[in-house]
Structure formats: C-alpha cells, structure tokens
Write a protein that binds this ligand. Structure first.
Ligand code: NAD
Length: 302
C-alpha cells in the first residue's frame, strides 16, 4: 500500500495513531500546533511540511484527530481548509469526538464537493492508540467504510460500521456518557472501601471479578498505585483530559435536550466534571475525579 496520508492533530491520541501508520510503512505527513509532537512523529518515520494545506493538496487520505466540533468545522470548512485544498478522490476521515450534527454537516459539505468522508471516532484510550487496538465506530457510506479499512486496521482492532454519516459520533457519544458515569461510580466505590480500611488493590481485584466489573476497573483504575500503566499512577498526566470528558458529556446532554431523552446520570456526571474542571483540573486525566471525592482532609491527595 503506497498511500500518501496527511494526519492533523498529533495529541495524546493522534500522535500514537500516526506513529503506527508511519511504522507500518505508509507515507505520513503529520501536523500539529505543537512542534514537539510533530518531531516525535518524524522520529517514528513520518514527515511534515511547513504548510499543512500544501501537504493536503497531495494526500490520498486526510485524517484529523482534533479536540472538538469547532476545530473540525474550521479545519474542513474554513476558507483555507481541507475541503478547499484536498485533491479529487481523497478519502477524509475525522477521528475526533464531535457532535453528530456537526459531523453530518461537514460530511455533507465534503460530499457536495465529491469527497468521501467518514466520521470515525475511537475508543480504547491512549493505551489502545499506542498498541493499535482501538475500537473504531464509523459513520458514512458502505463504500467509504471499505476504502478506509486498510488504514483503520493498522490503528485499531475492532472496526464497526455504525450506519450513515454521524452514526459513529452517536455511538461514541453514548459510550462516553456511560464511561463518564462509570468512572465516577468506580471512584466512589473505591473511596467507600478505602474509608473502611480496604486496600484499593484488593478491592479493585475482587470487584473486577464481580458484578461491578467494568473497563475502568479492568484497565484504567483511578486510584494511584493500583495500576502502574494507568494515568492515575502518573500524576494523572496524559490520558483523556477532564475537559475532553466534559465536552463529551456536554454533547450527550445537549443531544438529550434535542431528542427529549432522559439522561439524569449523564447530566449529573457532566456537572461533577464541570466543578472538577473549574477547580483547576481541566488538563488532568479524567480519572482524577477520584481526587474530588477525597475526604475533606487536605483536598486533592488521596
Ligand atoms: P489532545 O488535546 O491531546 O490533542 C489534540 C491535538 O490537536 C493537540 O495536540 C492540538 O495542538 C491539536 N490541534 C488543535 N487545533 C489544531 C489545528 N488547527 N491544527 C493542528 N493541530 C491542532 O486530545 P486527544 O486526547 O488526542 O483527543 C483528540 C480527540 O480524540 C478528542 O476529540 C477526544 O475527545 C477524542 N478521544 C480521546 C481519547 C483519549 O483517551 N485521550 C480517547 C478517545 C477519543
């Protein structure tokens, strides 16, 4: 496969995803506002150009992994954006987590110009991005889904066609609302056990083999020292930021308003992450909500 790929957004997720494409032997031109991230891609066999849009004009595939809806809208639809520069036949994949209606709007604009565009958000965290074991939930045409397979299979392990444009984002929105709720519930349960003198490792091990079992307990324990590879054991650095989780819960709550859905737990989770963010934790991994539930004996430590 000799595709020329442009990858825009080399953050916690985008960098390891782009590195995996480069290590698989594909030509990957990487772009980010943070130059050190671009250098890390180049060190893994990628390349870059001073002007991202000059690279887009030569790309067979453009992949974006950006924070939120507004970044995606502006980089695709802006005057100096991807749709203005991509060449005929280019495949456009947005892997960011954004609002389903924005995904549909951008894809419709792309299709009006003759491009195939898919929303392809991911699950699996930075560990999954590094290992190339992400789950992709893809919205768009069946032909586009087939065309994207060679690239998605390098970055992921479970690749699902959720339906038409925006469907990938709808699945992702539901998944992350559940994840946000589960993280708080798991942190609460751990705090309760610890307040009763339990060793969090023992508590976690037993609950992960019991009916409270969930992904947070299995691979992303919020209590420092329980799992060496989890962000909680690295001062909550890297991983999935509080502000990104807050954004995703905001998408779920807004969507629930427009679809008359009841999401009482999702709304509560959004409010708790909002308070946590406003306390200054917005840039920490979302599992740091564990600190918010600490006993009132010194605030942010366990
Ligand atoms: P991040 O903030 O670490 O990375 C985003 C990157 O985009 C940053 O490096 C930023 O500099 C770059 N960027 C922003 N605007 C840009 C522009 N105009 N041009 C070039 N680069 C630009 O975020 P992340 O954790 O990598 O997450 C990216 C997306 O994936 C988000 O939508 C997030 O919700 C989603 N996501 C994250 C995780 C996770 O565990 N971190 C898991 C699944 C999905």
């Amino acid at each position: 496969m000799s595709a020329n790929i442009v990858f825009i957004g080399l953050g916690n997720m985008g960098l390891p995803m782009a590195q995996n494409l480069a290590r698989a032997g594909l030509q990957v031109s990487g772009h980010d506002l943070v130059k050190s991230s671009v250098e890390k891609l180049v060190a893994a066999g990628g390349k870059t150009e001073a002007d991202a849009m000059a690279a887009v004009t030569k790309a067979d595939v453009v992949i974006t992994m950006l924070p939120a809806s507004r970044h995606v809208e502006s980089i695709y639809l802006g005057e100096n954006g991807i749709l203005a520069h991509a060449r005929a036949g280019a495949l456009l994949l947005d892997c960011s987590t954004i609002a389903p209606d924005v995904a549909r709007k951008v894809a419709a604009a792309a299709e009006a110009k003759g491009f195939t565009m898919l929303d392809a958000p991911v699950s699996g965290g930075t560990g999954g991005a590094t290992a190339g074991t992400l789950t992709f939930m893809v919205g768009g045409s069946a032909e586009g889904f087939v065309a994207a397979q060679p690239y998605l299979q390098i970055m992921g392990k479970a690749i699902y066609h959720a339906g038409g444009s925006g469907s990938g984002q709808t699945v992702k929105m539901c998944n992350n609302m559940l994840l946000g709720i589960q993280m708080i519930g798991t942190a609460e349960a751990l705090r309760l056990g610890m307040a009763n003198g339990m060793d969090p490792k023992v508590l976690s091990e037993v609950m992960s083999k019991s009916s409270g079992r969930n992904w947070v307990l299995e691979v992303y324990n919020p209590c420092p020292g329980v799992m060496e590879a989890a962000p909680s054991s690295k001062n909550y650095a890297g991983g999935f930021g509080v502000d990104l989780m807050l954004k995703d819960l905001g998408l779920a709550v807004e969507n629930a308003l427009s679809t008359s859905s009841s999401v009482p737990m999702g709304a509560l989770a959004r409010n708790l992450y909002d308070i946590h963010s406003k306390s200054g934790a917005g840039g920490l991994d979302f599992s740091s909500i564990f600190n918010m539930l600490a006993k009132a004996d010194g605030g942010h430590s366990q």
